[in-house]
Write a protein that binds this ligand. Structure first.
Ligand SMILES: NC(=O)c1ccc[n+]([C@@H]2O[C@H](COP(=O)([O-])OP(=O)(O)OC[C@H]3O[C@@H](n4cnc5c(N)ncnc54)[C@H](OP(=O)(O)O)[C@@H]3O)[C@@H](O)[C@H]2O)c1
Length: 292
């Protein structure tokens, strides 16, 4: 099966490349060039169409996005160009090919989190900031333009590639710096390798539709930070704060835990509880067990 991964230099893109390594693979991004790779700007429909026509993918995963949540507030044009129109371009190209399946990755930030309950796929969306609004537009375009498409909403990603919450906490703990994190922001931490694994199963077996794809369960950032340090065997001084004391450009949902209801009801939810996935990342990807 020929698989095209868009956003291949990103955190999820890196793990998708690991999971799909046994397939005929084309990795694509703004800056990737080399064997089995191509530079492509998803906002440029003409060159994207050429890429699709040349490679003729049987499956496409869109892991590309403008993911800087705060920067989206000051640059909404770029946010909509990439997260909404770019996603629509990909769907248009995928739909032109016979039997090409598309998995488009979206976010828990399509919810406002105001009711303090974990969300299933059928819950009402109401994004608070530009990032979530532009991603929701992207979902709608993908669903409208590509009949054979899966939208996979995920949350709080961490992985080997790029700086992320888990790596930041470990870095501060290693340096014995104090750590302060909100205890009132709740979500479902998700290991990007686990997400890549479920995306592979969705390509092979998933019916079109919207799926929540997170590691099971949820926690506050404070509990997450404590677990990270405990699993790495690091002593750390971690203090809870309230999110209202943080200065950030973008509004964020306070409670954005997701439930993988559609996975459960269809191909089966094989995603691990968040603590188990975190343990796998810290021991296997970051080799903490092997450290003196
Ligand atoms: N990270 C999270 O916590 C989180 C949470 C929920 C959902 N998600 C979703 O999960 C997906 C993957 O996120 P991630 O954290 O892996 O993202 P990431 O590490 O920021 O990677 C995004 C990738 O998209 C590429 N990209 C940006 N604009 C592009 C364009 N115009 N054309 C082609 N490529 C472009 C980026 O390239 P450059 O590096 O060259 O800019 C980068 O490689 C995204 O859809 C995101 O919205 C992420």
């Amino acid at each position: 099966m020929r698989v095209l991964i868009l956003g291949a230099s990103g955190m999820l893109g890196f793990d998708l490349a690991r999971v799909f390594s046994g397939r005929e693979l084309l990795l694509s991004d703004l800056k990737i060039e080399g064997k089995n790779s191509a530079t492509a700007d998803i906002t440029d429909l003409i060159s994207l169409r050429k890429l699709f026509k040349d490679f003729k993918p049987e499956a496409v995963v869109n892991a590309s996005a403008y993911t800087d949540v705060d920067a989206c507030e000051t640059n909404p044009e770029l946010a909509y160009a990439v997260n909404a129109d770019g996603a629509g371009n990909i769907a248009f190209c995928a739909n032109e090919l016979p039997n090409c399946k598309l998995v488009h990755v979206s976010t828990d930030y399509v919810f406002d989190g105001l009711d303090g309950k974990p969300h299933s796929e059928s819950d009402t969306v109401n994004p608070l900031g530009i990032y979530g609004k532009s991603k929701l537009e992207g979902e709608k375009k993908v669903r409208a333009l590509a009949k054979n498409s899966v939208v996979a909403r995920t949350a709080l990603l961490y992985g080997r590639q790029k700086i992320n919450f888990v790596k930041k906490i470990l870095e501060r703990a290693e340096k014995k710096l104090p750590i302060t994190v909100p205890d009132d922001m709740i979500g479902s931490p998700t290991y990007s390798l686990e997400l890549a694994r479920i995306i592979e199963r969705l390509i092979d077996r998933g019916e079109p539709g919207i799926y929540h794809t997170v590691n099971k369960g949820w926690c506050s950032r404070f509990d997450w930070a404590k677990k990270i340090c405990a699993l790495a065997g690091l002593q750390a001084s971690i203090a809870p704060i309230k999110s209202a004391t943080l200065i950030s450009a973008a509004p964020r949902p306070l409670f954005s835990a997701l439930l993988n209801k559609k996975l459960e009801a269809t191909i089966g939810d094989t995603m691990k509880p968040w603590e188990e996935a975190l343990a796998e990342f810290i021991s296997k990807d970051l080799n903490y067990n092997a450290r003196p």
